[in-house]
Design a protein. Sequence first.
Length: 403
Amino acid sequence: MVHITYYSPAWPPAGVANGIVTYVSVIRDYLLRQGHQVSVLTDGMLHLSDGTTRPLHVPSRHGPFATRLISRLDRRLGHHPFIARRLAAEMRHASKLVATDLIEMEESFGWSGRIQRSLDVPIITRLHGPQCLKPKGADALIPAHHKVHRERAEGRAIQRATALTAPTAAVLGAIRSRYRCTCPQMRTIPNPVIAADRDALWDIRHCEPETILCVGRIDLVKGADTLVAAFAQLLAIRPTAQLILVGPDSGAQRADSSVVRYLDLIRERTSPQAMARITVHGLLTPSAIQALRRRAFVTVVASRWENFPYAAVEAMAAGCPLISTRWPGADEIIEDGFTGWLTPIDDPAAMAARIAWVFDHPDAAAQTGLNAWRQCSTTFSADAIGARMLDFYRDVLAARRQR
């Protein structure tokens, strides 16, 4: 039996729209079914295998004035080193409450490096979205120096990591090249997904023709501008088409430093007629999104960069026809013409043409959706991915014993 502790940005997963939380939730359930112990640490709380929760009280060593000063300084540093220090103290406290064999956490802010220096336990750094791989213009409202601090801290943590995993070979290869990683344990293991039951799959008989769904943040990285531009072109030949956007608006900064919604920037260069055919939702519950997936004729992912987007994979797991841009690693998840279709990044004309083609070929759309569901039921299933991850954990532990 192995005891794994995960750090998660939020917990429990119900109602949380976050890919890391989804990943931890699916892997945790698999490991519990196999008889292993799993703890999840988040926000000063340790969630144990039996469903109970333990608070992790870490007393401050500073007085009120020093605490306020540290908090202000931490907010000015993009890698938040004082939060990392507190997290390390919480991990030490957790390890005293429940003995753990290894810890897995994301690379964000380089915090895994701080934990690795604090505990005599193997730390697996899971690459979920390294700052250095994000395209120019990402996180527009975050100060530039914050992004520099974060990238440097993540780089140090990755270079010193003893175990690394990534959901695609493209991400792992890019990180190995950028940081010249000599990590002794590295492996590509996709994220798992729960495939829908056969009777709950997308059905062409029940969807709305010419309805397009996009789930994800409304911003530059997710390609909201590409999708809306493609949709505007599509309306020239499909005037009754409609687009549904689901997700938060990340905002944007103008040249004069004023902050606006990203959708407002898109609206300025999109005709009122096209905007009238677009319905925008904020965050929705998973059940509401599932209903929209069954309603839409096709799901579209227009991103300029992705890691392993659950917005795409969950559509595949529901048997939905899918069109995606060809971000690095997309072809490791989507087989063009078989489990979905891939179009060039930042090419509205190509995307509009592919959407129109899918509208004209409903049988092909249905078949690709079924193929995608089968892939999620096998290759990306919790059992398949969980077994691969557990093998990796055992390899890491075996290597440590041989030291």
